[in-house]
Design a protein around this ligand. Structure first.
Ligand code: FDP
Length: 342
């Protein structure tokens, strides 16, 4: 028997896959391909640190010194710096913006600027780091709006419908990178033995039959009547023929990832007046890129009234209520929320 031929599954690295997708576009210059590959490399570096996060040298304040006399960086600061340093000098980007930084992040004047804009949340769910719970990185790539020179705020304030690519990396029981360039959603698992992301989840589609709803139920008293009724609908007062199970990690990437694969809805609604009057999550760094992936996987994302992808951003750190996941479940949320405003 020829043992070699009995293995029929192809091994596809993320590099090969990204390049393969590019060949469908003869006009492509390879810049986006390389940008995605740089993000995969950043992910490997960040993953190599998240797996050591329980070690004392990683935890602690940003200005503590470790035993080597080096300044200890918290993991979220480390992730932020890694993505920045991987992308500031490549000539692929006009400007960046990060959830961790107040303003836009210009490309240093000694480096060339390029045609893309990178927005990222370097370590989402970071309140979970100290408890060994999955965290993630989210990224969004747009084409610049300005023609040349240093990128501007205007380049960063684009609605999700204009996204060229988006994705996330989940640092969990394994590390996965999931991304879309508008040709479906594809997932790659990092094989730590060879240091490569290998195609493990081609063309992800949210399953027809949803399993889970995910929300911080502790905040229920602060929700509007529409969100309360919607939650009861998910719990069994519905025509789905089953009550959905509640699963809530409190780490957006992990909650989204599970529901993408299992079917379900994640929501972080508005909470009346006060700090969370518009919810908690950020439009540009969290909601829009994940909404892009949800739609590419056959799902949907809404603020309760309109598609997240159609919201015109007005500020870098703008918050937005988010309902995301299986299309029918998100549309049902819209029905309940709209009915409360008539
Ligand atoms: P975190 O504060 O830990 O960074 O947007 C940040 C986020 O986590 C999301 O990842 C997560 O879904 C949400 O906040 C959790 O918020 P609650 O603790 O209010 O449920």
């Amino acid at each position: 028997m020829d043992i070699g031929r009995s293995f029929t599954t192809k091994i596809v690295t993320i590099e090969r896959y990204i390049l393969g997708q590019q060949t469908g576009f003869p006009e492509a210059t390879g810049v986006l391909t390389n940008l995605l590959y740089d993000l995969a490399l950043s992910a490997k570096i960040i993953a190599s640190h998240t797996t050591r996060a329980g070690l004392a040298e990683i935890l602690g304040s940003t200005d503590e010194e470790n035993t080597h006399g080096e300044t200890v960086q918290k993991l979220d600061v480390f992730a932020e710096r890694t993505i920045y340093r991987m992308n500031d000098h490549t000539g692929r980007l006009a400007v960046m913006a990060s959830e961790e930084e107040e303003g836009i992040i210009p490309i240093p004047p000694n480096y060339p600027t390029g045609k893309y804009v990178l927005l990222y949340d370097p370590l989402d769910g970071s309140s979970n780091i100290d408890y060994n719970v999955s965290v993630g990185t989210i990224f969004a790539i747009y084409r610049r709006k300005t023609v040349d020179g240093p990128g501007t705020l205007e380049d960063c304030l684009q609605k999700g419908r204009s996204l060229v690519a988006a994705g996330y990396i989940i640092y969990g029981s394994s590390t996965m990178m999931v991304y879309s360039t508008g040709q479906g959603v594809h997932g790659f698992t990092l094989d730590p033995r060879v240091g490569e992301f290998l195609l493990s989840h081609p063309d992800i589609r949210i399953p027809e039959k949803p399993k889970y709803y995910s929300v911080n139920q502790g905040y229920q008293p602060r929700w509007s009547p529409g969100v309360q009724r919607y939650t009861q609908w998910l719990q069994g007062d519905n025509d789905l023929g089953m009550a959905l199970s509640l699963r809530y990690i409190g780490s957006l990437v992990a909650d989204f990832h599970r529901n993408l694969l299992a079917g379900g809805v994640f929501y972080y609604p508005a909470e009346g007046v006060g700090a969370k009057a518009k919810g908690k999550l950020r439009l540009l760094y969290e909601a829009a890129p994940l909404a892009f992936l949800a739609e590419q996987a056959g799902g949907y994302a809404s603020d309760g009234y309109q598609p997240i992808l159609d919201i015109e951003p007005t500020g870098l750190h703008q918050r937005v209520p988010l309902f995301i996941g299986s299309r029918t479940l998100v549309e049902q949320a819209e029905t309940y929320l709209r009915s409360e405003s008539v």
